[in-house]
Every structure is written in C-alpha cells, then in structure tokens.
Write a protein that binds this ligand. Structure first.
Ligand code: FES
Length: 257
C-alpha cells in the first residue's frame, strides 16, 4: 500500500488505466480511469466500477470512494476529431467534436483552429480536421464494423425474449413485457414503479438497464436516459415516453421487500 507519488499516468498495456490526483481540503483525491466499453453493451457497468476499485486498492491506501461516474466520448471513423466549419453552406457555424477520449489536447487544438478560422479565415490544420472530409481509406473498415455492430444490437434488442414472470426489487430495473409491448420498469427506494417505453427516441434501438447509474442506455449510438425517461446524453434529443398504465403493470409484477 503506497501513497500516491504525484503526477499523471496512463498505462501502455491493456486494460488501460489512468491516474492523477487532486488536493482537496478533505485530503488527496485520486482519480482512477479506465474500463473503456461501449455504452449499453457488455457486462453490467457495476462490474467496471468494481474492477477499478480493486485495482486502486491493490496499489494505494484508499479511505473512501466519494465519487464514481462514466463519461461518454464520441469517436470518429478515422480517429481524428471533427473541427471547423459545420458545412460549406453554414459559414457562421462551427463544430468541434469526436475528441476520442483526448479532450484536453484535442479541445485545445479545436480552440486554436476555430480561432484562426474566425479571425484569419484560414488555418494550416483546416483540411486535416475538416468535418466534411472524405477519408474513405482510413474510415471504411471502422465504418462497416460500426454499422454491423449497430444492426446487430438493433436486432438483438427487438428479438431477445422476455421472462413471463418478473419480480422487481427496490432499486432494481428490468425490461418487461406489458400488454404485448416491451417497456422498462424501475422501482425506486420508496417502492414506486417508473415505467418507460424502452425504444430509443434516436433511431429505435432497444435500451438496456444500467444498474450502476440507474439509467436506460442505448447500445447503438450511446444515448442515455434517466429512469424517468429524460435525456442524459445524446444523440437522442427527445425523452422516452412514460407509460401511464403503471397500476396495470404493477399487477403483472411483484415487489420483493
Ligand atoms: S438508436 Fe439509440 S442512440 Fe441511436
């Protein structure tokens, strides 16, 4: 068990881990990052948090874990961010996105490029980061793989069978079938049931339950919704439909105290 030596680190091997620290009035906060995964896919998010905690405890003396969170990063198909004029037809609109987990460096680059485009009308990096660039050679493989992944997740969500009888404990969320329709049910700590339509309002994939953050997550393009259906993360912009027939659904499932 060691004290953190200071500095910022990222591992070269898999699984990736990053470390940095921050002094606070309550002592030193150690920030441990890693467990990269696609939103809404793979193992339960809680497993990812557990692995980071185990890793941290092996190396350092940890008194408390006051915060934990997941962040979503946009990745472009050729690996470089999109920075610059949104399209040729929108001269006063600029975008900066697709930082691929390197927000501090790519965000700084975006500020420099966009500043030059606005003030000087040009930038030496304009073509490299051009949001409308065509980089078929660098993009094709990833583009095909990602589209295959989306199609697979779309079908999986629509076709996966649902159990006939379900029991939903407090703090638990599940996809259930009610009146022949798929819907998402979450029971809060007071025992109240919250039911939403689990079809993503972006392009219609079926959402999965994220028990670590009590949210509905989309495996296709990463949208996330609260258990009440509010949008937490895009690309979706519309909330999920809440179902009003909660009493009917309540009779179909059981609560276990
Ligand atoms: S279908 Fe859900 S984010 Fe695209």
């Amino acid at each position: 068990m060691d004290k953190y030596p200071g500095g910022m680190y990222i591992s070269a091997e898999d699984p990736t881990r990053s470390l940095r620290s921050q002094d606070t009035e309550n002592g030193e906060l150690l920030l441990v990052g890693g467990e990269n995964h696609k939103t809404g896919q793979g193992v339960n998010t809680q497993n990812h948090y557990d692995l980071l905690v185990n890793y941290s405890r092996k190396l350092f003396s940890i008194e408390d874990i006051p915060y934990r969170w997941s962040t979503q990063d946009c990745m472009t198909v050729d690996g470089l961010p999109y920075i610059g004029q949104y399209t040729e037809k929108t001269p006063n609109m600029y975008i900066a996105t697709g930082y691929g987990k390197w927000g501090m460096t790519n965000g700084t680059a975006a500020g420099m490029v966009i500043k030059d485009l606005i003030i000087k009308g040009d930038s030496p990096w304009k073509d490299v980061y051009n949001p409308s660039r065509q980089t078929i050679k660098a993009s094709a493989k990833k583009y095909i793989t990602e589209n295959y992944n989306v199609a697979r997740e779309l079908l999986k969500g629509k076709l996966s069978p649902l159990p006939n009888k379900v029991e939903i404990k407090r703090g638990e969320g599940k996809v259930i079938e009610a009146d022949g329709q798929r819907c998402g049910a979450f029971r809060d700590t007071l025992g109240k049931l919250h039911i939403v339509n689990t079809t993503c309002t972006h392009l219609g994939c079926e959402l999965t339950w994220n028990s670590a953050e009590t949210s509905w997550d989309c495996p296709c393009h990463g949208s996330r919704f609260s258990y009440k259906g509010e949008v937490i993360e895009g690309p979706a912009i519309k909330p999920l439909d809440a179902r009003n027939d909660v009493n009917l659904i309540e009779r179909l499932i059981k609560e276990d105290f």
